[in-house]
Design a protein around this ligand. Structure first.
Ligand SMILES: Nc1ncnc2c1ncn2[C@@H]1O[C@H](COP(=O)(O)OP(=O)(O)OP(=O)(O)O)[C@@H](O)[C@H]1O
Length: 222
């Protein structure tokens, strides 16, 4: 499947407004000959786009469906610091900002988990769901789900597996509660730690967890 690049403009912050900044989106790319050319995106979302609007219009649902059918899928957020990558992926809970309990602010990740669980309901034991959570920070790969302070892990390559992170924990899960708890557990270990409880998942009583979050399946190294 070809990449499906999207652009999202975030609203101006209070500081930016106060100092009279204006919103401007200009996308370009530099080709091998050093010339700047237009960079085309499949969709662009304005500053008034809601978190739900982004999820519905971003193609994430299709990505989740493909993943549930066994394809390898990647969602990748790219942009300068402060441009809204974390907000789009996780919502404000990752930064411990206000309105933490509002389900409407949940990010692409939580919404994808809800959709994934919906999609895979009733598959029975033929389908195994598992998660790992790594952070690449200052050239180091760190496992955010392993117990204790995250340690750097080596990246290896083998003919059978391609690139992989050695000794990375993979946690099997079956419920939304578990995957949401893992998300919160991992986010708390990362550089961008939440300072508050994660907001509840729409339609569930999930959202608790923390350092000792439930682990439904066995934990294995790979
Ligand atoms: N769509 C949005 N609506 C409202 N606020 C937003 C939006 N996008 C980003 N913000 C706010 O803008 C600030 C910067 O966003 P964020 O932390 O997500 O950026 P980032 O790209 O992840 O930055 P960094 O690379 O430094 O981690 C945060 O305060 C965030 O809450």
């Amino acid at each position: 499947m070809r990449p499906f690049p999207l652009a999202r403009v975030r609203p101006l912050s209070c500081l930016e407004r106060r100092r009279g900044d204006r919103s401007l989106l200009s996308l370009g790319q530099v080709n091998a000959a050093g010339q700047e050319t237009a960079f085309r995106v499949s969709a662009a979302f304005g500053a008034d786009t809601s978190q739900e609007g982004l999820f519905e219009g971003s193609g994430m649902k299709r990505l989740v469906e493909l993943a549930a059918s066994g394809f390898s899928c990647v969602a990748f957020a790219f942009g300068q610091t402060g441009s809204g990558k974390t907000y789009s992926l996780l919502g404000p809970f990752a930064q411990g900002e206000g309105q933490l309990g509002k389900p409407c602010l949940l990010g692409l990740m939580q919404r994808s988990f809800v959709y994934l669980l919906e999609q895979t309901q009733g598959h029975g034991p033929s389908l195994l769901l598992s998660a790992s959570y790594v952070e690449i920070h200052k050239e180091q790969v760190r496992d955010l789900l392993s117990p204790g302070p995250p340690q750097p892990l080596p990246v290896r390559w083998s003919q059978t597996r391609g690139f992989y992170v050695e000794n990375l924990l993979t946690v099997e899960f079956e419920s939304l509660e578990t995957i949401m708890a893992l998300l919160q557990e991992g986010a708390a270990q990362g550089v961008c730690s939440p300072r508050e409880e994660a907001p509840p998942v729409p339609g569930t009583s999930a959202g608790s967890g923390g350092g000792q979050g439930p682990r439904a399946g066995q934990v294995r190294g790979c």
